[in-house]
Design a binder for this molecule. Structure first.
Ligand SMILES: NC(=O)c1ccc[n+]([C@@H]2O[C@H](COP(=O)([O-])OP(=O)(O)OC[C@H]3O[C@@H](n4cnc5c(N)ncnc54)[C@H](OP(=O)(O)O)[C@@H]3O)[C@@H](O)[C@H]2O)c1
Length: 362
């Protein structure tokens, strides 16, 4: 297969999701000359979704329908027609990211041009458990993506115990190096704010805590709630993805780290688990919806009961809801990323999420 165009073609996965939908909106709204007329391909499931994308965005979007993440053949074929892929589906699904990278390698062989893979991952990969403290010697370590070797840190953690999202992330880096595909992993902490996509507009963590507080009618927290995490507003995050894509399109990726160095953070603020619980509890209390204001500490098995079926293993529960993960986003800032949603937006989030959770429950 030989390409007839020299304009790099972009493929986005997860456009129906919170992160992916917001990135798509930012790519389409960009006034950058390289993007303002570009067509963005979206690999997604459901012909109805494809039709809605076309009805909303017209020819700016090229929907490619596949069965699902396990539809490897269709994934490789779609990737082989593109030069830059932004992947925002489940970060723990290895088969699909491997297929996308293999397709990109085919594209490179056909065109002789560089190909790029941007993987969405999460900072639970580098978190320390705050309850069982099995990584006690590493507790409360702050990682800086410019100063620290994040790849080596994750490899060491992975050798201690496999964690699916980290397993997949490391495999992305290794396969990219093996096949000559430039990879960049963007690791996000807790993402907040309303998404700008056409479907899911809500994040995961804060709505989950809010649902648990509503269900118990009192503030609940896993463990003592002292674990500290970073956060980033979803629109600031989308601006980082946009910046990276523009840097690739306009400057051949100058300054964008790849391979083992291409694992970067995206936090822009810090909070404890307790801050989130108390923030949403205050918002419910203001509406007179709590029976009791006393904080209840939950165990992992309590959490599994009240916080949703997708929480399958104790490790995932603890690493995502009772862990400590402190990161410094030096690389993104060095590239010119300037997140603007700060403390005010973070504080407003609790009220907004409570309204959204109540609307959903109504
Ligand atoms: N949100 C956060 O705070 C956060 C923080 C750090 C990292 N992350 C990482 O980012 C990923 C995406 O997060 P998100 O908040 O955007 O999640 P989301 O809103 O649930 O979006 C998930 C996307 O993946 C697609 N998907 C899921 N299962 C699929 C399947 N079997 N086949 C095809 N597509 C499938 C969904 O498509 P459908 O609409 O077809 O289901 C949707 O487009 C997470 O899984 C996690 O790895 C998220």
């Amino acid at each position: 297969m030989t390409s007839t165009t020299t304009t790099p073609k972009i493929l986005l996965t997860g456009a129906t999701g919170y992160i992916g939908g917001t990135i798509l909106s930012y790519l389409l709204d960009s006034s950058s000359p390289t993007l303002s007329t570009a067509t963005i391909s979206c690999l997604l499931r459901g012909p109805d979704r494809a039709a809605k994308l076309t009805a909303t965005y017209g020819s700016r979007v090229n929907p490619i329908v596949y069965k699902d993440l396990d539809d490897i053949e269709a994934t490789v074929a779609a990737a082989a027609e593109h030069d830059i892929i932004i992947s925002t589906t489940h970060g723990w699904h290895g088969g699909s990211s491997q297929a996308l990278i293999r397709g990109l390698a085919q594209r490179k062989a056909a065109t002789g041009r560089d190909v790029w893979f941007v993987q969405t991952s999460g900072t639970s990969n580098v978190a320390s458990k705050a309850m069982t403290k099995s990584d006690v010697e590493k507790e409360h370590r702050e990682l800086d993506d410019l100063k620290d070797d994040i790849y080596a840190f994750e490899k060491e953690r992975e050798n201690e115990a496999a964690y699916a999202q980290r397993t997949v992330e490391l495999a992305v880096v290794d396969t990219g190096l093996e096949l000559g595909v430039k990879t960049l992993v963007i690791m996000s902490p807790t993402i907040y704010g309303f998404g700008k996509g056409l479907w899911n507009k809500l994040s995961i963590q804060i709505p989950m805590i809010a649902s648990a507080v509503l269900k118990n009618k009192r503030p609940v927290v896993l463990g003592d709630g002292r674990g500290v995490w970073d956060h980033v507003h979803v629109e600031d995050l989308a601006e980082l993805y946009l910046l990276v894509v523009r840097r690739i399109l306009e400057k051949g990726g100058e300054g964008v780290p790849t391979g083992k160095k291409g694992i970067i953070f995206s936090g822009n603020g810090r909070h404890s688990s307790l801050d989130v619980t108390l923030g949403v509890a205050d918002a419910f209390q203001a509406k007179g919806l709590l029976d009791d204001q006393e904080l209840q500490s939950l165990t992992v098995s309590d959490v599994k009961k009240v916080m949703g079926a997708e929480m399958v293993s104790d490790d995932i529960v603890e690493l995502s809801l009772a862990s400590d993960s402190r990161t410094v986003s030096s690389v993104a800032r060095g590239l010119g990323w300037n997140p603007t949603r700060g403390e005010e937006a973070w504080k407003r989030e609790f009220k907004d999420v409570v309204e959204a959770v109540l609307a959903k429950a109504a």
